[in-house]
Design a protein around this ligand. Sequence first.
Ligand code: ATP
Length: 359
Amino acid sequence: MANVTFASITKQFGTVKAVDDVSFELADGEFVCLLGPSGCGKTTTLRMIAGLEQPTSGRISIGGEDVTDAKPKERDIGMVFQDYALFPHMTIEANIAYPLKVRGVGARERAARAAEVAASLQIDQLLARRPGQISGGQQQRTSLARAVVHKPRVYLFDEPLSNLDAKLRLEARSFLKHLQRELGVTSIYVTHDQAEAMALADRVAVMDKGRIVQIGPPLEVYHRPATTFVANFLGSPPMNLLPVRLEGDAFHAGPLRVDARGFADRLRGVAEGSELTLGLRPEHLRLGGEGDEWTVPGHVYAVEPLGPESLVTLRVGEGLVTARLFGDEAPQVTGDARFAFDPKNLHLFGADGRRIQVP
Ligand code: ATP
């Protein structure tokens, strides 16, 4: 069993609290992505699990065994960090096979396993070269291959695909997803790419300023974001957030007026005059007309055709609101226009940025 427990972990660097009282538990075989902006504490969290950084307080255990004070090599962890740390004097093949060599696997099997993983990551043409003779993206894939060539108790990944171009990145992502299903190794994966987190994770933990703001299955975090921060971090483009004031039976913001009568359940206990935020995902907006009851009116700012879909952005008061419209043809809209939406898709956040739930 290789469940990982992170109990009330804090890491302080001088006056900076890089990780602030974080607790979570991964089940054996679970894949969790730590997602958040630069500097939110993702790498520090990973380094503490690897044993490369000592927590200021709190305990870490792997497989039920407290490893807080254990050395990195006693933890049986496979790591892929941003700096690839390849052995410069060894061939790519020897680099990839290294974890097998230190575990006493024979030369023939080492070569076969290295070749197999290298082929999956499209670096099998490079096995005879040395790290100095391949590109940064190829080095990153070599580092990934070296980590996954054997089966440790836990994998730790820190932005392992960050140096790959868009196409290779998608291919390597599919490879990782496939590998995860095949090997079932408990994994913690750091990224600031929300699509990568959504695609790979059993659960996504969204971090901000050293804390986990929300942890849950990707679609739950996507459809029920706990805060405006989470709502704005997931989705491409992210959720539209409109600051409004509750007045009478409507939400108001400049010329925008959205009927609030359908939200009595959620607005119970919310005072008249409260500053709130309305959230609408781009895919929940469509072009509307006078006959639509729930609309956001504005002025066309940009139309971006993307092939199977188009992004249409309206200027609404001081802000911009973007819709993802599906269909091969980009809509021909100019001047004043309005987006329509179904009220069941409207997210409501309070003045503190927290989601307002039906009680
Ligand atoms: P990125 O996505 O940019 O890699 P991150 O979320 O991984 O960011 P961390 O590297 O964990 O963030 O850093 C969290 C905070 O701790 C940052 O404010 C960072 O400046 C600080 N920090 C990290 N390592 C150290 C260190 N060795 N000494 C001092 N401060 C540090």
